[in-house]
Write a protein that binds this ligand. Structure first.
Ligand SMILES: [Mg+2]
Length: 158
Protein backbone atom coordinates (compact mmCIF):
# COMPACT_ATOMS: atom_id res chain seq x y z
CA UNK A 1 0.00 0.00 0.00
CA UNK A 2 1.16 3.51 -0.82
CA UNK A 3 1.94 5.82 2.07
CA UNK A 4 -0.04 8.84 3.15
CA UNK A 5 0.11 12.22 1.43
CA UNK A 6 -0.01 15.63 3.14
CA UNK A 7 -3.34 17.32 3.76
CA UNK A 8 -3.98 20.95 4.70
CA UNK A 9 -7.29 22.66 5.38
CA UNK A 10 -8.05 25.81 3.40
CA UNK A 11 -11.08 28.09 3.46
CA UNK A 12 -10.66 30.16 0.33
CA UNK A 13 -8.84 30.51 -2.98
CA UNK A 14 -6.69 33.14 -1.27
CA UNK A 15 -5.44 30.48 1.15
CA UNK A 16 -4.72 28.18 -1.80
CA UNK A 17 -2.62 30.91 -3.41
CA UNK A 18 -0.78 31.53 -0.11
CA UNK A 19 0.02 27.82 0.16
CA UNK A 20 1.36 27.61 -3.38
CA UNK A 21 3.46 30.74 -2.87
CA UNK A 22 5.05 29.26 0.25
CA UNK A 23 6.83 26.66 -1.91
CA UNK A 24 10.06 27.23 -3.85
CA UNK A 25 9.12 25.13 -6.86
CA UNK A 26 6.44 25.61 -9.47
CA UNK A 27 3.44 23.39 -8.91
CA UNK A 28 0.65 21.87 -10.96
CA UNK A 29 -2.73 22.68 -9.44
CA UNK A 30 -5.66 20.38 -10.03
CA UNK A 31 -8.72 22.19 -8.82
CA UNK A 32 -12.17 20.76 -8.17
CA UNK A 33 -14.94 22.95 -9.56
CA UNK A 34 -18.31 22.34 -7.88
CA UNK A 35 -18.39 23.83 -4.39
CA UNK A 36 -14.72 24.72 -4.78
CA UNK A 37 -14.54 27.33 -7.57
CA UNK A 38 -18.30 27.85 -7.86
CA UNK A 39 -21.23 27.05 -5.56
CA UNK A 40 -23.40 24.10 -6.56
CA UNK A 41 -26.48 26.20 -7.34
CA UNK A 42 -24.79 28.89 -9.47
CA UNK A 43 -26.54 29.93 -12.68
CA UNK A 44 -24.76 29.05 -15.93
CA UNK A 45 -23.37 32.57 -16.56
CA UNK A 46 -22.31 32.96 -12.93
CA UNK A 47 -20.69 29.53 -12.98
CA UNK A 48 -18.66 30.40 -16.09
CA UNK A 49 -17.63 33.76 -14.69
CA UNK A 50 -16.44 32.32 -11.37
CA UNK A 51 -14.59 29.35 -12.86
CA UNK A 52 -12.81 31.42 -15.52
CA UNK A 53 -11.84 34.10 -12.99
CA UNK A 54 -10.39 31.48 -10.63
CA UNK A 55 -8.44 29.78 -13.43
CA UNK A 56 -7.07 33.18 -14.52
CA UNK A 57 -6.05 34.06 -10.99
CA UNK A 58 -4.12 30.82 -10.49
CA UNK A 59 -2.71 30.79 -14.04
CA UNK A 60 -1.04 34.18 -13.70
CA UNK A 61 0.73 33.15 -10.48
CA UNK A 62 4.45 32.52 -11.02
CA UNK A 63 4.41 29.59 -8.63
CA UNK A 64 1.84 27.79 -10.76
CA UNK A 65 3.14 25.64 -13.63
CA UNK A 66 -0.35 24.65 -14.78
CA UNK A 67 -3.94 24.81 -13.65
CA UNK A 68 -6.34 21.97 -14.36
CA UNK A 69 -9.97 22.60 -13.42
CA UNK A 70 -11.49 19.15 -13.05
CA UNK A 71 -15.13 18.23 -12.54
CA UNK A 72 -17.10 14.99 -12.60
CA UNK A 73 -20.02 17.05 -13.87
CA UNK A 74 -20.89 18.27 -17.39
CA UNK A 75 -19.05 20.95 -19.39
CA UNK A 76 -21.50 23.85 -18.85
CA UNK A 77 -19.88 26.06 -21.51
CA UNK A 78 -16.50 26.38 -19.76
CA UNK A 79 -14.00 25.29 -22.39
CA UNK A 80 -10.99 25.34 -20.09
CA UNK A 81 -12.41 22.74 -17.74
CA UNK A 82 -11.94 18.96 -17.84
CA UNK A 83 -15.51 17.66 -17.48
CA UNK A 84 -16.88 14.22 -16.62
CA UNK A 85 -13.49 13.66 -15.08
CA UNK A 86 -14.15 10.33 -13.33
CA UNK A 87 -12.56 11.44 -10.07
CA UNK A 88 -10.92 9.82 -8.16
CA UNK A 89 -9.84 7.42 -10.92
CA UNK A 90 -8.81 10.08 -13.46
CA UNK A 91 -5.60 9.05 -15.23
CA UNK A 92 -2.47 11.16 -15.57
CA UNK A 93 -2.91 10.83 -19.32
CA UNK A 94 -6.44 12.29 -19.20
CA UNK A 95 -5.07 15.21 -17.22
CA UNK A 96 -2.18 15.72 -19.66
CA UNK A 97 0.28 14.85 -16.89
CA UNK A 98 1.83 11.68 -18.32
CA UNK A 99 5.39 13.07 -18.24
CA UNK A 100 4.88 15.55 -15.41
CA UNK A 101 7.56 15.79 -12.74
CA UNK A 102 6.41 19.00 -11.01
CA UNK A 103 4.83 18.61 -7.58
CA UNK A 104 1.04 18.40 -7.76
CA UNK A 105 -1.48 20.06 -5.47
CA UNK A 106 -5.12 18.94 -5.58
CA UNK A 107 -7.72 21.35 -4.22
CA UNK A 108 -11.25 20.23 -3.39
CA UNK A 109 -14.06 19.91 -0.89
CA UNK A 110 -14.55 16.14 -1.06
CA UNK A 111 -12.11 13.66 0.44
CA UNK A 112 -13.63 10.68 -1.41
CA UNK A 113 -13.17 12.16 -4.87
CA UNK A 114 -10.68 15.05 -4.74
CA UNK A 115 -8.77 13.65 -1.78
CA UNK A 116 -8.45 10.12 -3.11
CA UNK A 117 -7.31 11.54 -6.46
CA UNK A 118 -4.59 13.48 -4.61
CA UNK A 119 -3.56 10.30 -2.84
CA UNK A 120 -3.42 8.33 -6.12
CA UNK A 121 -1.32 11.04 -7.78
CA UNK A 122 0.96 11.36 -4.72
CA UNK A 123 -0.08 15.00 -4.51
CA UNK A 124 -0.63 17.35 -1.60
CA UNK A 125 -4.33 17.71 -0.84
CA UNK A 126 -5.74 21.11 0.06
CA UNK A 127 -9.07 20.31 1.62
CA UNK A 128 -11.55 23.13 1.23
CA UNK A 129 -13.56 23.21 4.43
CA UNK A 130 -16.99 24.55 3.74
CA UNK A 131 -19.89 25.64 5.88
CA UNK A 132 -21.92 22.53 6.88
CA UNK A 133 -25.11 24.57 7.28
CA UNK A 134 -25.57 25.40 3.63
CA UNK A 135 -24.43 22.07 2.28
CA UNK A 136 -26.63 19.66 0.31
CA UNK A 137 -27.44 16.49 2.33
CA UNK A 138 -25.74 14.19 -0.21
CA UNK A 139 -22.57 16.29 -0.17
CA UNK A 140 -22.61 16.41 3.63
CA UNK A 141 -22.94 12.60 3.86
CA UNK A 142 -20.05 12.13 1.44
CA UNK A 143 -17.96 14.51 3.47
CA UNK A 144 -18.67 12.63 6.71
CA UNK A 145 -17.71 9.34 5.05
CA UNK A 146 -14.60 11.06 3.76
CA UNK A 147 -13.44 11.82 7.29
CA UNK A 148 -13.38 8.09 8.01
CA UNK A 149 -11.01 7.23 5.16
CA UNK A 150 -9.13 10.51 5.61
CA UNK A 151 -7.05 9.23 8.49
CA UNK A 152 -5.75 6.33 6.42
CA UNK A 153 -4.70 8.31 3.36
CA UNK A 154 -3.46 11.64 4.70
CA UNK A 155 -0.99 12.95 7.18
CA UNK A 156 -1.75 16.22 8.87
CA UNK A 157 0.98 18.50 10.16
CA UNK A 158 0.31 21.40 12.49
MG1 LIG B 1 -16.58 19.66 -5.15
Amino acid sequence: MLGRVPIHDVRSLTEVVAFVESSDSEQVIICDVDNTLAPQGASLPEFGRLVNAAIDRLDENQHVARVIALTNGPQRDVERMVSRGNKPWTSRRRLGLAGNVAPIVVVGDQLLTDGVLAWRLRATFLHLVIDDETEEPRQATMRRLGRIVGGMLFSRKE
